[in-house]
Design a protein around this ligand. Structure first.
Ligand SMILES: *Cc1c(COP(=O)(O)O)cnc(C)c1O
Length: 361
């Protein structure tokens, strides 16, 4: 018997997620926090002893729900939070909670690469539209898809651009199903849409501790929305998902000391982002306007440039197959580099490597 013939089709047909993860002197390829994580988080994890580790964690991390709500300034008793093993886990659970096999999820390309993966694992059909040339979403067409789920990502990965408030509000007001607003990079942006989770029963806003809080390795994320909605996501997620280290780390991350660290590294990132943008422009590149801790640089030679950068100790993400009906990507044959924003020394390494690559071209 060949066991692969027994596998679910969605699973057997899905390619494994692959990224270049071999060690490199400076790795700015995955939008994580290049300043590390808060000492408050490190202390909390180090303080765990056998009495905690040998026991099961809380079923649904009940005590963290209020911590999260307080961080987001939510005072409405009808609005609650759900935590998960990374916000990936919250997104995946939301799909299972609200869409049956064969239902569809609508979104605008390019966006977070895990969305099609989780959608297919949950047996969902993809309705892919393109972002507008100004990187906003086409709210009317998204709504017209009548999808069971609509996914918006703002600031968007991999473009670092934001969706206009008018478009987000239009989708929330008119969508026929649940709307997910992925705010993984909200700490680096000027605006947040958490207020829409307060206003609409069918809106889930997801956030993560992987980026601004520097906890990608611990896998901690969360979503906020109407209590009825977040409880359903929690049901689909299942019990005991957040491990004890992630739970302790999350509590520390949202403590005064943790938040102070996060905000000050966030301010560093905003400064580095300006430096990086100006340095790229000085090299005749045209990075898209970034509202996150990374920049997206349309570049026809992205793949070979990334290879050259890697040989010189700088790992960036090369993107290909981007929609060429977006003018910025038409000019770059659908290719771009995504470069994480980090300490000035790391940015200098990347830029020096780029100068060498260009000198050799
Ligand atoms: C990184 C990222 C996430 C989340 O990741 P987790 O580590 O699973 O919390 C979610 N959405 C987007 C758009 C991201 O870039």
């Amino acid at each position: 018997m060949n066991v692969s013939t027994l596998a679910r089709q969605d699973v057997a047909a899905l390619p494994l997620y692959s990224a270049d993860t071999a060690p490199c002197a400076v790795d700015v390829s995955d939008n994580t926090n290049l300043w590390g994580t808060s000492p408050a988080v490190l202390d909390a994890v180090a303080a765990l002893g056998a009495s905690e580790i040998s026991r099961y964690p809380a079923l649904y991390s009940e005590s963290l729900r209020d911590t999260v709500a307080a961080y987001l300034g939510i005072q409405n008793d009808d609005v609650g939070a759900v935590v998960g093993c990374g916000s990936d886990n919250v997104l995946d659970s939301a799909m299972r909670a609200f869409a049956e096999r064969g239902d569809s999820i609508a979104f605008c390309d390019p966006t977070f690469s895990m969305i099609p993966v989780f959608a297919r694992l949950n047996g969902l059909e993809l309705v892919r539209l393109s972002l507008h040339e100004n990187f906003d979403v086409d709210a009317e067409r998204l709504v017209a898809a009548h999808a069971k789920l609509t996914y918006l990502c703002t600031p968007n990965n991999p473009t670092a651009t934001t969706i206009s408030r008018a478009a987000v509000e239009y989708v929330c007001e008119h969508a026929s199903g649940v709307v997910i607003i992925d705010e993984a990079y909200a700490e680096f942006a000027d605006d947040s849409f958490v207020d829409l989770a307060n206003r609409h029963e069918h809106v889930l806003v997801t956030r993560t501790c992987s980026k601004a809080f520097g906890m990608a390795g611990l896998r901690a994320g969360y979503g906020v929305g109407a209590r009825t909605l977040t409880r359903l996501v929690e049901r689909a997620r299942g019990p005991y998902t957040l491990n004890i280290a992630a739970e302790a780390a999350m509590r520390a991350a949202f403590s005064e000391r943790g938040l102070e660290w996060m905000r000050s590294r966030r301010d560093d990132a905003l400064q580095s982002r300006i430096l990086l943008r100006d340095a790229l422009r000085a090299r005749a590149l045209e990075p898209l306007e970034s509202h996150a801790n990374f920049v997206c640089v349309p570049l026809a030679s992205a793949a070979e440039t990334a290879r050259g950068l890697r040989e010189r100790g700088a790992l960036v993400r090369a993107l290909g197959g981007l929609p060429t009906d977006i003018p910025a990507f038409a000019n770059s044959a659908g290719s771009a580099l995504r470069i994480g924003v980090g300490p000035v020394a790391a940015m200098d390494t990347v830029l020096a490597a780029y100068d060498e690559v260009r000198a050799c071209a």
